[in-house]
Design a protein around this ligand. Structure first.
Ligand SMILES: Nc1ncnc2c1ncn2[C@@H]1O[C@H](COP(=O)(O)OP(=O)(O)O)[C@@H](O)[C@H]1O
Ligand SMILES: [Mg+2]
Length: 355
């Protein structure tokens, strides 16, 4: 769980010229006037955290802390104490008293990112914390009052999670007082230009460079789908500033920075004489990688790929992956179990240190 404290910077602004961006700025202004729970939905990099921060900074809570917690990657056994804190000696390894983010954000705003991945056992405690504005540390029976404003965020469809039975209905309605869905950048193309200009300018200043922009790059930028949303715009502008040789950003620089050139080269290098053969090989590689990441556990991989087990077994057979898997299973040293989820020490440290 990562815990990020906002630096004392000026109020963040949601940049954009689209109607949607204007509505979002309006939403921020309305939300900052109340203490009601906010639920932000949208893909990664669309600006959920920025909106949460902007609400906090425009609200009377501005002088109190703004904290973000993200339970991704935290083992279930540690999640409760990461959220609510624990008393000294509450469990093996609890050598110090630890105040949780609810206590630390008291008077301020607490953003709970990826709220959909919290297990049901923690959701019920979260509901109580939001409802009663009090929490109880692990290893204690004394409730502690916490006057925090909650902003929850999710990149998954919580409604579908409710239907699957993995998210509580009552918690959803509690968090969903002020809902905001932030569409991906590809659905508000008018925002690409101002965001690109802003982040290019920022990167140029940071690297003490002066540069102009050839206007015909914008059509190109608007065609690109930006799967990483605004975070990708930031990375691409940074790359442009670092690699630009001349003083003006042209179409070729953008293509290079978007890796489109490399991507074309990459496509040429896939094994196979026909598109059908190439697709077969890509599919085989991707499923092989997925199996490898899950220690060649077919059940686990099928679950993560959201496939019925029988369908997944058919895919393995069709792609001829059985033999490759057998070879790897004979020599397990070749298989890397890089599952950080089980490495509680890493996660715990990253939570304490922050991001
Ligand atoms: N409309 C916007 N205007 C300015 N910066 C933005 C905008 N949307 C996102 N960003 C920036 O892009 C980065 C990713 O946004 P973030 O809020 O972390 O996205 P999310 O939480 O949805 O993954 C952040 O640095 C954020 O400040
Ligand atoms: Mg985020």
């Amino acid at each position: 769980m990562s815990l990020g404290k906002d630096p004392l910077s000026s109020t963040p602004v949601f940049i954009g010229k689209s109607r949607i961006a204007q509505d979002i700025r309006e939403f921020i202004a309305i939300a900052s006037r109340s203490d009601a729970a906010v639920l932000l939905t949208g893909k990664t990099g669309v600006g959920k955290e920025l909106v949460a921060k902007a609400i906090h900074y425009q609200s009377p809570r501005i002088t109190r802390p703004f904290l973000v917690i993200n339970p991704s990657g935290v083992p279930e056994s540690l999640m409760e104490s990461c959220l609510f804190g624990h008393e000294k000696g509450a469990f093996t390894g609890a050598t110090e008293l630890m105040r949780g983010p609810f206590e630390m954000a008291s008077g301020g705003t607490l953003m709970i990112d990826e709220v959909g991945i919290l297990p049901l056992s923690v959701q019920i405690k979260l509901l109580r914390a939001v409802d009663a504005k009090e929490i109880t540390r692990i290893g204690s029976v004394m409730p502690i009052a916490c006057n925090m404003r909650i902003i929850a965020a999710t990149s998954e469809d919580l409604f579908a999670a409710i239907e699957r039975g993995s998210f509580r209905n009552d918690l959803y309605f509690r968090l969903n007082c002020l809902p905001l869905q932030i569409p991906p950048i590809s659905e508000r193309k008018e925002d690409i230009r101002p965001l690109f200009d802003y982040y290019l300018h920022q990167a140029a200043e940071r690297h003490k460079r002066k540069m102009g922009i050839v206007p015909d790059i914008y059509g190109y930028l608007e065609e690109y789908p930006w799967p990483g949303n605004v975070r990708e715009i930031q990375a691409v502008t940074e790359r442009i500033v670092l690699t630009l040789e001349g003083n003006s950003v042209e179409k070729d620089d953008v293509i290079k920075a978007l890796n489109l050139g490399d991507r074309r080269k990459f496509l040429l290098h896939i094994k196979g004489d026909t598109v059908k053969e190439k697709l077969h090989n890509i599919e085989k590689d991707l499923y092989f990688q997925a199996l490898k990441e899950n220690g060649f556990d077919i059940h686990l991989t099928a679950e993560k790929e959201k496939l019925p087990l029988s369908t997944f077994r058919d895919i393995i057979k069709r792609l001829g992956l059985e033999e490759t898997m057998r070879q790897y299973q004979k020599n397990p040293m070749q298989i890397k179990h890089g599952d950080r989820r089980n490495d509680s020490r890493t996660i715990y440290c990253s939570w304490i240190i922050g991001r």
